[in-house]
Design a protein around this ligand. Structure first.
Ligand SMILES: [Zn+2]
Length: 498
């Protein structure tokens, strides 16, 4: 089975201009500004009860649709962005960080938009989403990653694990300037993707002193500070609660600084408040959050806590009905939703849905996973990949050893069995559509003997374990300081973020 090919370029805007008999279409096709705030956890934002303030995002959420229960399907930069761009389950993209590409041949939003006549441009702020690392430049006519890499990186085998993480990103202002120079030069509709990395480790905002007494608890020098935080992340040393707090404040300061970038972007594309009619669909997302839990600090890829999985997602623009939307939404939905807004006819496999057209099943249960290709990964006492089941009521993390942590209302066995059954079918379908997969295949959760299968073949839910004081019974939507845990202190996978 393969995806339909993108429409031929000869069909410029035909899809977007298609109009049923009797309808009226006076507007030209809209442009799109898709902004990814890498590593921004929804639970650290004021709108979700956190401390970080992004008033521009709040404003967009008021004039557009704010999805209050949006999650990432895989808390890693490459797979998450690939899923947002294609609507394909991240497992079917394979190990993007090793492949330096996706294994899926499904068309990206950029490919669809370019074929439909939109100008396409991407402006990249973080190393992990560069062309060389992710291959996600497909379909972008303009690709600006402009990284000012420290020369030392070229002499190290892995820039992600060497110090000086400051240099794996471009400052947001530079990325925004480049993006706005491009959008300002367009004479027709465009699809613009802007990736901002300021919130990512090593948490180095431009003006940390504005956000608390950081220097009294962590080294004031950014490189020395990064080394200490990195050692804590890698399990070499343990930080004091004050140091963890200081690191979280720095992270939130980085988030707050993104507001200036977002404000400039919104204004630059002509959609500032009071600017009159705006013909740009503005989408703001994050690919994953970040964990500040003592047992898993300063990382994301090995955790499925609310702090890591819950992401901001806002869609604003002409014709988008305003208001908060509490339904379970996924980054996977962005591809069908944006394609739908542009009138680009494209079939998307489940579970991806168009969030702005049609109805979502009220009992929708989404799946998020840690690396399903790595059976040896560890998180505290747990071994193997973990899987989270996410709905508007539930946030249940299942471990390969059969135990579970419920951050929302507990799921019963029948609900878990049903959700896993649906997921396995969707995963098999996605893998069938991913012809370049090769190598190891993702483990369909609960399929190995070590998963303590029940006679029905479903994962057994054991006693609550390691949920910590913030884990059980926490209502969805409530902030989870520290992320809710999931493993005993002292554990957790180490290594670089991706
Ligand atoms: Zn990321």
């Amino acid at each position: 089975m393969s995806h339909p090919r993108p429409p031929a370029r000869a069909l410029l805007f035909v899809a977007a201009l298609a109009c049923a008999p009797g309808c009226e279409r006076s507007r030209p096709p809209p442009s799109v500004l898709l902004v990814s705030l890498d590593t921004v956890s929804a639970l650290h934002l004021e709108a979700f009860g956190g401390r970080a303030s992004i008033p521009t995002l709040d404003r967009l959420g008021e004039t557009g649709r704010l999805f209050t229960a949006a999650t990432t399907p895989w808390p890693e930069t490459g797979p998450a962005h690939w899923s947002a761009m294609t609507g394909v389950l991240p497992e079917a993209h394979g190990q993007v960080w090793l492949r330096k590409d996706s294994a899926s041949t499904a068309p990206t939003l950029a490919e669809l938009a370019a074929a439909g006549g939109w100008a396409t441009g991407a402006f990249i702020g973080g190393y992990t989403l560069t062309r060389e690392e992710s291959g996600i430049d497909r379909g972008f006519q303009t690709w600006d990653q402009g990284h000012l890499m420290d020369p030392a990186y070229t002499e190290t085998s892995d820039p992600q694990t060497s110090a000086k993480g400051l240099f794996v990103r471009r400052r947001a202002g530079e990325v925004v300037d480049s993006a706005l120079a491009w959008t300002g030069s367009q004479t027709g509709p465009y699809f613009s993707f802007v990736h901002l990395f300021n919130a990512h480790f090593p948490y180095a905002p431009d003006a940390p002193e504005r956000f608390g007494p950081v220097s009294s608890t962590l080294p004031a020098d950014p490189l020395a500070r990064e080394e200490r935080l990195r050692a804590a992340r890698d399990g070499v040393l343990q930080l004091t609660p004050d140091e963890l707090q200081a690191a979280a404040l720095l992270y939130e300061a980085g988030i707050a600084e993104l507001d200036a970038a977002l404000e400039a972007l919104v204004e630059g594309v002509g959609c500032a408040p009071g600017a009159g009619a705006c013909d740009v669909i503005i989408v703001v997302m994050a690919d994953h959050g970040e964990s500040f839990a003592p047992e898993y600090p300063f990382n994301h890829r090995g955790a499925l806590t609310p702090e890591v999985l819950r992401v901001p997602l806002v869609i604003a623009g002409p014709g988008v009905e305003a208001g908060p939307d509490p339904r379970a939404a996924s980054l996977l939905d962005l591809a069908p939703t944006i394609a739908g807004q542009l009138g680009l006819a494209q079939q998307y496999p489940a579970p991806a849905v168009d969030l702005l057209n049609g109805t979502l099943p009220g009992d929708r249960v989404l799946v998020a996973r840690t690396n399903p290709f790595d059976a040896e990964q560890a998180f505290g006492a747990h071994r193997g990949p973990s899987l989270a089941l996410l709905s508007s009521d539930h946030h249940s993390v299942l471990w390969a050893d059969g135990s579970a942590v419920h951050h929302g209302a507990p799921m019963d066995q029948a609900e878990i069995d049903a959700a896993l059954g649906v997921y396995r079918t969707q995963l098999a379908d996605a893998l069938e559509r991913s012809p370049k997969m090769g190598g190891p295949m993702p483990q369909p959760f609960g399929s190995k003997p070590s998963h303590r299968l029940t006679p029905t073949g479903m994962v057994r839910v054991g006693p609550m374990r390691g949920s910590g004081p913030q884990g059980r019974g926490r209502p969805p939507g409530s902030p989870v300081p520290g992320g809710g845990g999931g493993a005993p202190p002292g554990g957790g996978p180490s290594g670089a973020q991706r």
